[in-house]
Ligand binder design. Structure first.
Ligand SMILES: [Zn+2]
Length: 208
């Protein structure tokens, strides 16, 4: 295996700096402009897989159970996220339906599945096939998951509906709230740490 020089390029001024081993909670800064170069990952890499699994479970609950039940004059109606998307599409709002489907369901699910696919082999010190492509895809998808925007919209709608009808929050609403918190933690994972996890020296590399 070719020796890779352990250097970091400063994002602030393009200076090339030597990477120094960091202690927990330590941060290294560019000597020229003070931009943060690197920070100790802490136990982030140990936490990220359990958080991803928990997110996947909450994701399933959030999509399989009703978000709310609305009762009005003896009639009651409940809907899941997919149900709401289907209603939007049937009402002629296909673009909105597609946006909700992509930003609330498809992209977050894809992100979580890629994370899971990457992290399980990495936990056993194996680099999964398509590693670099998938880390890049993960970065590309990052701005497109908008579960928190959806949640905010649902909460505003519930408060407004509350004066007209009886609104009973469903299991999926609580799951969405949990998912928003977990996704924030999971997706704040520094992508550089993937490369460190995947390319840290291992005994088989030393033999090659
Ligand atoms: Zn700098």
């Amino acid at each position: 295996m070719k020796e890779v020089p352990d250097i970091i390029v400063c994002e602030g001024c393009d200076a090339i700096c030597r990477r120094v081993p960091l202690q927990p909670r330590e941060v290294s800064r560019c000597q020229r402009c003070g931009t943060e170069l690197d920070r100790h990952a802490g136990d982030q890499s140990a936490r990220i897989l359990p958080l991803t699994v928990a997110s996947l479970i909450l994701f399933a609950i959030a999509n399989l159970f009703p978000i709310v039940e609305i009762q009005l004059q003896g009639l009651s109606s409940r809907t899941t996220l997919v149900g709401a998307v289907v209603v939007l599409a049937n009402e002629g709002m296909s673009v909105v339906a597609l946006l909700v489907l992509a930003t609330t369901l498809l992209f977050p699910l894809l992100q979580l599945c890629i994370l899971f696919y990457l992290l399980v082999p990495l936990a056993h010190a194996r680099r999964p096939a398509g590693f670099s492509t998938l880390v890049n895809v993960l970065q590309m998808l990052r701005p497109w998951g908008m579960v928190e925007v959806f949640l905010l919209g649902v909460l505003v709608a519930l408060v407004k509906l509350g004066s007209m009808a009886t609104v009973i929050p469903g299991a999926a609403l609580w799951a969405f709230i949990g998912l928003t918190v977990l996704l924030t933690a999971v997706l704040s994972f520094n992508p550089r740490a993937f490369w460190e996890l995947a390319f840290e020296p291992r005994p088989e590399d030393a033999r090659a």
